[in-house]
Design a protein around this ligand. Sequence first.
Ligand code: ATP
Length: 378
Amino acid sequence: DERRGEGEPPIAVELEGVGKRYDGAVAVEDVDLAIREGEFFTLVGPSGCGKTTTLRLIAGFEEPTAGTVRFGGRDVSGVPPEGRNVGVVFQNYALFPHMTVGENVGYGLRFSDPPGDVSRAERVRELLDLVDLPGTEERDPESLSGGQKQRVSMARALAPGPDLLLLDEPMSALDARLRERLRVQVREIQRELGITTVYVTHDQEEALSVSDRVAVMRGGTPEQVAEPRTVYRRPASRFVAEFVGDNNVFEGTVAGEPGDGENGDEDGDQEGPVSVPVDVDGATLRVAVGGNDRGADGDPGIGDRIAFCVRPQHLRVGRTENGLEATVESAEFLGETTRIHLAWGDRELLVRTEDPLSGTVVVGFDPADAHVIDVDGG
Ligand code: ATP
């Protein structure tokens, strides 16, 4: 998904080999990212993976200890934040309580005049309209809800007409319902302005729902950079498979050639996706290898170690193909579905069903719903 076709917008922000160390502690390392103009790009990952540091390096609050940050192809080393034409929104709003809402938004214009031919007051009004808080200039920020405060802080960040909007966990102080509303609003504002946006969150669902592309980070380095659908359907690693949504990851040994023992064509030479048998803890499971799995490095060969994943909604109760006999351990009712924890030997399996389950069940999956994530560690 790093293809760059003819019609792609130009690169707005590029990080090449970027690293940041603090007294020997590595915060980020080997970060290569190319964010396109107009793109909503999200850095997502667990606590401490380097998301905030990466954002701060882009903003210019920190200078890298290795590598280069470029804006529109220009090295921005040594350029302070106020010289980078970026708008930044923080988790804790950072609104001034002794100023009105309008004064807070106007504060965004402290380094520059309003863009276009408008007065500061008009610009403040425009921005409050944009974030759907018209007429709130005289309000005390303390009288606003958390979601409204965050929209004021977006208005302030956008007031000078920045080229780049940076948001660091802007929703994390809000309750779940407000977060869902605000993320839709943030996405609408971003689309309306067409502004290149880099967004930091630890919430994978939020990342998938708002972004054009996401970088899943681990230990200071992006592990996969792709569109949300690709990250979900074709995770590049076990870490991504388990971080993005629920997943069942299996590891085993390839026990036959692609197509061996498959219905129909027996010579293992047919076109399109085929499956291989994989021994996993005494069970033989068939796993599709096709498309990108059959790349330059070839198909998995007999004896190769292989890891693959199957989403809980693809483990079907009562299905005998790739059937595993498992025992129901616990269930969580989630409204639309129930997430059931099964024990298969000493492994846990997750399935999703509409009906409650108990006792011993057989769950199976279509080989095509298994995604190979790793062959012999490669
Ligand atoms: P969180 O979601 O918890 O904020 P994060 O993914 O944003 O995590 P960072 O804040 O970028 O992660 O931190 C990455 C690593 O760098 C962490 O181990 C952190 O302790 C370390 N780190 C960050 N800032 C500093 C600093 N100023 N001095 C020393 N270590 C730092």
